[in-house]
Design a protein around this ligand. Sequence first.
Ligand code: DOR
Ligand code: ZN
Length: 357
Amino acid sequence: MGAASLQPNATPQRLRLRRPDDWHVHLRDGALLQAVAPATARSFARAIVMPNLSPPITTVAAAEAYGARIRAALPDGSRFTPLLTAYLTDTIDPAEIERGHAEGVFTACKLYPAHATTNAAAGVTDLARIEPVLAAMERIGMPLLIHGEVTDAEIDIFDREAVFIERHLAPLLGRHPGLKVVLEHITTAESVAFVRQAGPNLAATITPHHLHINRNAMFQGGLRPDFYCLPVAKRERHRLALRQAATSGEPWFFLGTDSAPHPRSAKESACGCAGIYNAPFALESYAEVFEQEGALDHFEAFASLHGPAFYGLPLNDGHITLVREPHTVPARLHGGDTTLVPFHAGQVLHWRLAEEG
Ligand code: DOR
Ligand code: ZN
């Protein structure tokens, strides 16, 4: 036996990656924005920021003002760039979307089926109503980001993503073969398979929480609101399919945290909000999965290369370093008067982002 085989597959102690991006995040507004923006800016060079504020971001002016509020919430010297999105409604004006894209204000549009999730009441009731916008987006090369769940009360909540693909996504891609679409936060083996066969204009983001938990997490020892999000976590076989997809090195799967903070009081309530706040340790959480899957060599592509390639944006310059150093995630985080429970609260993670400089 040669010396080289004494430590087969030894885990590296440091990982150096091109600066990554988060292709799906909720930064909120007001005090919550102040509390959470630094966590995303610490780890990511850019992030696609969701427009589901109250009221939602539907105009270029509203997006510009929101962008300024985000920048004001960043720590001094931060190099983070928010990439803003427009919230599609039944009555959205295609000219406003085109102008926002041409002026570099809107990177993409977000489609929430009406009532699908938090602040989705003003979402789209029927895809036929936004046909002119979709045609314009296809023409100008502007990506459509989809919350892919049907909202019909008679469809079981665990089936809503698969039914959306069948009823809405497949026909939509047929009508608009040139439209770039991101199926956001996929949660099922069916979605993984659909993305794989769809061709280069369809991609998917995968969250850290859907890689770590299955639906049992919501019910372990009692009702656990910190593991409730939408789309809801599914069976173990789906989690395993997502882990395989994320770590496969295939270019249509990339990083999108769907970090969705809600104050602890809004989560721990008779009608608790959907959303998992994973931004503070998102990269560390993904790194854990890639290590467990023996795929650390694919981590940079998932975190830093596939997203920009799909969006047609330049790669970031500069690098970050993750060091293998176990640490316990705090049980609670406090920002101003707000208490937030981070994903992995109280658990040990094995990678830590080294501070710059
Ligand atoms: O869990 C979720 N939270 N899913 C969403 O789609 C929206 C998000 C939020 O904004 O809270
Ligand atoms: Zn989201």
